[in-house]
Design a binder for this molecule. Sequence first.
Ligand code: NAD
Length: 323
Amino acid sequence: MKIAILGAGGLGKAAAQIIAQKTQMQLVAVADAGGFVFNPTGIDANELQNVKVGGSVSQMQGGQRSSDAIGEIINLKDEYDGVFLALPNLPNEFIPCVVQRFVEGGFQGALVDALKRTRAMEMIFDLDGLLQDNKCTFLSGCGATPGLLTAAAALAAQSFVKVEKVHIWWGVGIARWDDYKATIREDIAHLPGWDVDSAKALSDAEVEEVLGQSDGKLTLYNMEHADDVMLERAGVCERDQVTVGGVMDTRNAKKPVSTTMTLTGITFDGQRSEHKFILGDETTMAANVCGTALGYLHRAQWLHQRGVYGVFGSAEMMPLTVK
Ligand code: NAD
């Protein structure tokens, strides 16, 4: 499967490294805000890794500067089968608009995102008809949360006739915030008093100032996370039964808390119980997001090859392992 990655930040680079260790996928195109690189025989993940924060893939061998790198990748649509959107989603409609451009540009293949916000994902779901008409298969919410943990909740629900609640509490540790600028800005947007627009408007220095107020840690409660709408669509529970929060440490690669999904339900014989899904503390955000996204991209291609088109939430599907 030939892959294009949009966004060469923390997640885009990690996805490239994972693909380099697989035989069923080959990375052929990468775009960032400064340009793009395309190589039909494969892009060197090590060279991509060496692009510094603030640099661009356009500086790589064969790279080209462009003010519309996404448009350039769309023009190359016959050169790849799947797209991982590892772009910032500020404002909410950014990724939905990119998806629309791909479809209207004639791409007919598989796409995944690692979207987080409920409202953004609802915009993606609205594109279902357009994607069906144009023979595209899009799986949305294919990161860690939403993504891996949401799918785990859909699986955990099977032991119960009634699901009472799903609670996700995540922990992420990163050594440097600017390796994941979009992720951190989007997390700040969940803090009380902030929203997507005010977080987008922050300069890097201002982000550092916000992080400095709490020793580099962000603790987030009741996040507007699309796990809720995805589990509702998948028939697991109502959206208001889902809560998401967590702790992001931007100054220490060690996880501040273990990431845990807890589903509480009632069994057919009246027992109330909980299933827990706990991620290993050594697994990074990048491992959990990008591994899952690529597994879902493989699933999206599998569906596409069988003529199943349109938009689905990741909780409606299982990822398909990439060898
Ligand atoms: P980042 O800031 O490190 O990188 C973003 C990349 O996108 C950069 O390479 C930038 O140049 C590029 N970009 C920005 N605008 C562009 C444009 N118009 N055209 C082409 N490229 C453009 O981002 P990140 O921290 O890797 O996060 C990427 C996304 O993943 C975010 O939206 C974040 O919310 C999401 N995420 C999801 C989960 C999850 O579990 N679901 C977890 C972490 C991050």
